[in-house]
Ligand binder design. Structure first.
Ligand code: SF4
Length: 527
């Protein structure tokens, strides 16, 4: 479906437009949520206020963040927090559900819902105690977003409790790993807030156009408006659509007069290399790569780069293991090692349809069983097929497996043999092909080839949510085993699909080389 262009995303003069404002109807308050969105991406706050609600997508990342927040709060305060004003009056050690309202610069109406307030021994209108806001930090460092949101909470809480809030508490992690950091809510921070709030309010006024797409589109990965913005970026040929262009390169190209994918596709690579060199780009070949990538995307056709087979290891191999890990990367926990076993038949490699019936071996990494047992199972499986290459997409699997082997004291010689068996399909693809895709990630490439995951909307974050749910439910006596096991079934299905998607890419590469990739001419035929 064609998405609306930037110019079309304009709010109509709504019920709170000029005449109504003049008639004294209050504008909706500026909330902490809007401030947070705006600090991540100006467009996001605009969409939160004015965007088509149906285009907003549920985000597994947000659900994971809320779970992490709850775990941090439970580690800080083992007892249940109190709720609202009454809990503040009675001096509960922790309070949730307090809505704060106040007035900002120029009479702006402000509203916030801090997720937790912690009691401090500072007098307030509630007696000899007061409160301070608590925030759970995502990521390794405290950012401007965290600081300004805390400043807003502190400002409104001070107004509400009739006493200053000089400090806030920042948490990260949980249990024994809980980290606490005090943040001073000094005048510098409040000054920044004073400057930011009127700018946010102005951008959200009815009738204002949506701000442009964020420059660094990596930020979009976690955003619930991603579908809408992806469609718009594709429709307008946004430079970020060109694989290999991040925020900085886009700025640089725009400063050189190249503002879209179409313009980059028609640029002279040599001239562009000279210009980029003048701006500090050290590798001249980057210009040729970017122009070539833009050209295949503009034309919608792939282009072969290197000659020779991309996967020579498969020429003689009797079979392959397709390997995919599911991980909680923040916790550095590779919780599932999945293998698809594909045997070469007399007619060649199995087609995608034939691979659908191939054996799948999921190996769960449970902490209570220890790494030694996991390694033993992995080694047994790998040794059962000693001549079979192990295909994977991206470096996660190779890094995870080799590090595990090292931790288990496996000899250098055995790790070298293992390293030689591991074939990164993503790396080979990039070395041999340019594809008309905006990313060389597995999802984008396999989807371009026509592969479809069997569970709509599933991704790594969703898988992690299922994993947490399974671990929580599996020992609960009130959850029937059939229901408790469902999240694990979903994880296996997703992991198996990832393996099939990897095979779809490898199989396509083989097919392009005229090797006997036994592709059926039917529905699973790759372009
Ligand atoms: S998807 Fe990206 S550009 Fe769109 S609102 Fe979200 S962060 Fe901003």
């Amino acid at each position: 479906m064609q998405q609306p262009s930037g110019a079309s995303l304009v709010t109509p003069p709504g019920p709170l437009g000029g005449a109504e404002a003049a008639a004294g109807i209050a504008a909706p308050p500026l909330t902490d949520r809007l401030l947070r969105s705006w600090l991540r991406c100006r467009r996001r706050a605009w969409l939160d206020r004015h965007g088509p609600e149906g285009a907003r997508r549920w985000s597994a990342h947000r659900a994971l963040a809320l779970q992490d927040q709850l775990r941090s709060f439970q580690s800080l305060l083992p007892q249940r927090p109190g709720h609202g004003e009454q809990a503040c009056q009675s001096g509960a050690p922790g309070v949730v559900g307090l809505r704060l309202r106040g007035t900002g610069p120029g009479g702006l109406v402000l509203e916030a819902h801090p997720p937790l307030l912690e009691r401090v021994e500072t007098p307030s209108r509630w007696g000899r105690h007061g409160y301070r806001p608590v925030l759970v930090r995502q990521g390794r460092h405290l950012t401007r977003e965290h600081r300004l949101v805390l400043a807003l909470w502190g400002r409104l809480l001070a107004e509400h409790q009739g006493a200053a809030v000089p400090q806030a508490l920042v948490l990260a992690g949980a249990g024994d790993q809980l980290q606490r950091e005090q943040l001073n809510l000094g005048s510098g921070l409040h000054q920044q807030l004073e400057e930011v709030l009127p700018r946010l309010a102005a951008e959200l006024e009815p009738g204002r156009e949506a701000p442009p797409l964020v420059n660094d589109r990596k930020k979009c990965t976690l955003c619930s408006w991603r579908g809408l913005c992806d469609g718009e970026a594709a429709a307008e040929g946004h430079l970020s659509e060109v694989s290999g262009i991040g925020g900085k390169r886009r700025d640089l190209l725009i400063s050189l007069g190249i503002t879209s994918l179409g313009e980059l596709a028609t640029a002279d690579p040599e001239g562009l290399a000279d210009s980029l060199e003048d701006h500090g780009e050290q590798h001249r070949d980057v210009a040729a790569q970017l122009v070539a990538q833009a050209r295949v995307q503009a034309a919608g056709e792939c282009r072969r780069l290197a000659t020779g087979p991309a996967l020579p290891e498969l020429t003689q191999a009797p079979g392959v293991l397709v390997y995919d890990i599911e991980a909680d990367s923040d916790a550095r926990d590779d919780f599932l090692h999945g293998f698809l076993k594909l045997e070469r038949g007399a007619a060649g490699w199995p087609s995608l349809a034939a691979a659908a019936g191939a054996p799948y071996h999921p190996l769960l990494a449970l902490h209570e069983h220890g790494e030694e047992r996991l390694w033993r199972r992995l080694r047994t499986l790998l040794e059962r097929y000693p001549d079979w290459p192990v295909l994977h997409y991206g470096e996660t699997e190779a890094v995870g497996l080799l590090r595990l082997a090292e931790r288990q004291g496996v000899s250098e010689a055995e790790r070298t043999r293992l390293r030689r068996r591991l074939i990164d399909v993503h790396q080979r693809l990039k070395r041999h092909w340019l594809l008309p895709v905006n990313s060389y990630g597995l999802k984008a490439v396999a989807s371009w080839l026509g592969f479809r995951w069997s569970q709509g909307g599933a991704d790594g974050a969703r898988c992690l949510l299922w994993w947490r749910q399974w671990r929580q439910d599996r020992n609960r006596p009130n959850v029937p085993p059939r229901l408790a096991g469902r999240p694990l079934e979903r994880i296996f299905r997703y992991n198996r699909d990832d393996g099939m998607a990897t095979w779809a890419v490898a199989s396509w590469m083989l097919d392009q080389e005229g090797l006997p990739a036994n592709q059926a001419a039917g529905e699973d035929r790759l372009p």
